[in-house]
Design a protein around this ligand. Structure first.
Ligand code: GLU
Length: 253
């Protein structure tokens, strides 16, 4: 390829392989099928980046990342990038960098259909127990409103406690919750309320500014040429309305 010598882009292109961390249990964004290959909007974003690197989709090595191991997996080189409903924030930017955002979600609540506990906002949590995931922004945010929080490794692990009464709601990004509702028939619903902004970025090694610029260029091109919208419509867009593309944040450290 015609990438600058010594750049991450040149290395990945000549290896003809990229390792991408994503979620494996989040319908619409990253859900692994019976063949072990994940599908969803995050997966399509990963494929767009690989394609620009001259790497075909079947040469992508997909690795499951959960919320709490994303920074370490990037830091120690277990993955080249993470595309995993990954909120850009200053704390994470101390140890990794982010390209993007490529989508902006907001934190909400998933409850059993009919909302028996009446959780409609952060003001109506009351004495209820809320389930979320260790190491997520969702955990940090909800703990500002209640101490009755249980944490698990993956969002799908919150559904059983809700079914058996150990928790009355699951809190995380509205679009993750929409995928879990869609996957489970008529059992759950998402509360029509959000209380945070979660700009989704692509995590990469801190200080690799050439690679970050390349990914930002790739995202901006996909916003313009329709490939971003197509990626959405083929995945999350089956359940959620098509958003306008966000503005990429080319921050300086
Ligand atoms: N977007 C939030 C985060 O990065 C919540 C979703 C997740 O844990 O992946 O922490």
């Amino acid at each position: 390829g015609d990438f600058p010598e010594g750049s991450t882009m040149a290395k990945l292109n000549s290896a003809q392989k990229i390792t991408i961390g994503t979620k494996f249990d989040q319908p619409l964004f990253g859900l692994a099928g019976p063949d072990g290959k994940p599908e969803g909007f995050d997966v399509e974003i990963g494929k767009l980046i690989a394609d620009k690197l001259g790497i075909p989709a079947d040469k992508i090595n997909w690795v499951e990342t959960v919320s709490q191991n994303r920074e370490p997996f990037i830091q120690n080189g277990q993955v080249d990038i993470v595309v995993a409903t990954y909120t850009i924030n200053d704390k994470r930017k101390e140890v990794i960098d982010f390209a993007g955002p490529y989508y902006i979600a907001g934190q909400s609540f998933l409850v059993p259909k009919g909302n028996p506990a009446g959780i409609t906002s952060t003001d109506t949590i009351g004495d209820n127990t809320i389930c979320t995931v260790t190491g997520s922004t969702s955990e940090k945010n909800i703990k500002e409103f209640t101490d009755k929080v249980i944490t698990v490794d993956k969002y799908s692990d919150c559904l059983e406690p809700i079914r058996t009464g150990g928790a009355q709601a699951l809190t995380t990004d509205n679009v993750i919750l929409a995928g879990l509702v869609d996957q489970n028939g008529d059992e759950f619903e998402v509360v029509d309320y959000t209380f945070t902004e979660e700009p989704y970025g692509i995590g990469l090694k801190k200080g690799d500014d050439d690679f970050r610029n390349f990914i930002n260029d790739t995202l901006e091109a996909s916003f313009k040429d329709g490939s971003w919208a197509k990626a959405w419509e083929n995945t999350a867009g089956k359940v959620l309305p098509t958003p306008a593309p966000p503005t990429v944040d080319r921050y300086t450290n």
